[in-house]
Design a protein around this ligand. Structure first.
Ligand code: HEM
Length: 492
């Protein structure tokens, strides 16, 4: 009872303090606010709505983005003290993402694992320098080097689907997660693909447990109080998970450092010519640009950002293809025409797979695996009709169909054709990989990998899906929870 009273008192005090802080901040700016999100209450603002949706973040995001679009593409919400701008308007999204380069404080929770200065969490000059340093590791020629790994992993995946041919619906998402995790662990750490399954399984489990814990800590704001977090035994759990993740990547890093020091040259993986991201980062920081700890944090960042995004998107693409046989046929014809019936995807195929590229873009427009972009507004930022106040936050939704139809069809339809002749403005406003300078670092990796997997899949199988029962959830990524099964038939 005493403990409960203590916890409640801390919550009430936090709320009062946050609200007073917010009042002061709200009064400090004269800029006109956009329409308010529905349900604002005195003092707490829209806090009660967050509490209502705490167990269904996807529904929260969808409701918010629909409401925002109806209100003209920009609206505001107040959560205790904090002022948030919600944006679905494509032009305003681009302006906001380009002007606000610092992440929102919510990301600070991940610092226990990824450190203060890692690319994904840092801001200002630190972020700028990190991004400049890491960009070359993700360039097109580097990613071309991964093609053999992508092809062999895709073939392995296609074989794993064999038992499901003609057997009715099955959950394909687990196979995509396994493939994309293994591929990323091989590609990042350079571990042998034969050992990758075991490594990935352990890493992935600790990673997802940690993400779940951090999201819980963010949404149940009382858990952000150190004492309460400790009392519930969650700090201990967090420390254990972080330790598991750190020790796994640290072990690989130390082996690499040892080999480099002793000039041991190992043949990478199964004879393919790629250089793992970890080696590339070690090369790039040869002059001491990064400490060993920072190198480890950047490799962890790559895994964190890349592991689920690509697998979720592939899961959505197969669902969309299964529900749109006309699109599936066109994709098949293109792959057959460019890559042929047997061989692996090679460098020269990539640019020619234009319809495949359009399918990927359109899937990201309709079902984007990264459901929101959350930034701090450091200084006043002028949008088309409003000015966002310094000290507030903005939330951009790629979740909303973010590009108006360019071919006269409804914007919520899955129509890859709209990307075939999209002008540069439409391409620039495409938010599936983020917007502006801080957009996705792994975009080329993800697109090339997805093209390779799709090419291998579509040559072997015809897919069917019913999307009417699809249920989604969200944390850092938007993920399917039910109704996403597909059926496959072998092409003759
Ligand atoms: C379909 C796959 C993917 C999608 C849809 C996607 C989407 C995104 C989006 C929307 C952002 C911007 C987030 C923000 O501004 O808050 C982002 C950032 C990032 N992504 Fe991806 N991503 C994908 C795959 C990958 C992969 C495979 C990697 C690594 C191999 C990766 C690495 C990163 C990194 C490091 C950032 C942070 C960039 C920075 O802060 O400068 N992503 N991604």
């Amino acid at each position: 009872m005493t403990m409960l009273t203590g916890i409640l008192s801390v919550c009430v005090l936090c709320l009062v303090w946050l609200t007073l802080k917010g009042w002061r901040r709200a009064r400090s700016s004269e800029h006109k606010l956009p329409p308010a999100m529905d349900g604002e209450l005195p003092i707490i603002g829209h806090m009660h709505i967050v509490i209502y949706y705490v167990t269904n973040i996807y529904k929260f995001m969808k409701t918010l983005s629909d409401e925002c679009a109806q209100k003209g593409g920009v609206m505001y919400g107040k959560f205790g003290s904090e002022l948030y701008y919600f944006i679905t308007d494509p032009q305003d999204s681009l302006i906001a993402a380009s002007a606000c380069l610092n992440r929102n404080y919510a990301y600070n929770l991940a610092k226990v694992w990824l450190g203060n200065n890692s690319l994904v969490l840092s801001g200002g000059e630190t972020w700028k320098n990190r991004r400049k340093l890491l960009n070359p590791a993700f360039s097109l020629p580097v990613i071309h080097g991964f093609l053999d790994v992508f092809n062999s992993q895709a073939k392995k995946l296609i074989n794993e689907f064999k038992p499901y041919v003609g057997k009715g619906p099955f959950d394909h998402s687990v196979y995509f997660l396994k493939t994309s995790s293994e591929t990323l662990c091989v590609g990042t750490f350079g571990i042998n693909p034969r050992e990758a399954a075991e490594f990935t399984e352990k890493y992935e489990k600790a990673l997802f447990d940690l993400i779940r814990l951090l999201i819980k800590k963010f949404l149940r704001f009382w858990l952000q109080n150190r004492l309460i977090y400790k009392l519930f035994g969650l700090k201990k759990k967090e420390d254990e998970l972080v330790h598991t993740l750190h020790s796994m990547s640290e072990k690989v890093l130390q082996e690499k450092l040892h080999d480099r020091k002793n000039k041991v040259l190992k043949t990478q993986t199964n004879g393919t010519g790629y250089r793992p991201f970890l080696d590339l980062i070690l090369d790039l920081s040869e002059n001491g640009a990064l400490t060993d700890r920072e190198i480890r944090e950047e490799t962890d960042t790559i895994i964190f950002t890349g592991i689920e995004s690509t697998s979720n998107q592939l899961t959505y693409i197969l669902l969309l293809l299964g529900a749109h046989p006309d699109v599936q046929n066109k994709l098949y014809e293109e792959v057959l025409d460019i890559v042929g019936a047997e061989r692996d995807v090679v460098k020269d195929d990539l640019n020619k797979l234009v319809y495949t590229n359009a399918v990927i873009m359109e899937s990201l427009r309709v079902l984007p695996t990264v459901p929101l972009i959350l930034r701090s507004v450091g200084q006043d930022v002028k949008l088309k009709n409003y000015t966002m106040r310094a000290g507030s936050h903005c939330l951009i939704f790629p979740l909303m169909p973010n590009v108006k139809s360019t071919s006269g069809t409804e914007s919520d339809q899955f129509r890859p054709e709209r990307w075939l002749n999209a002008d540069s403005k439409t391409q620039q406003e495409f938010a599936g990989f983020g917007l502006g300078k801080r957009a996705c670092l792994g975009r080329t990796y993800a697109i090339v990998m997805m093209k390779v997997v799709l090419a291998h899949f579509i040559r072997q199988y015809r897919v069917q899906a019913d999307m009417s029962q699809l249920q989604l959830s969200a944390d850092f990524a938007m993920k399917p929870v039910s109704g996403h099964e597909i059926s496959i038939e072998r092409r003759t």
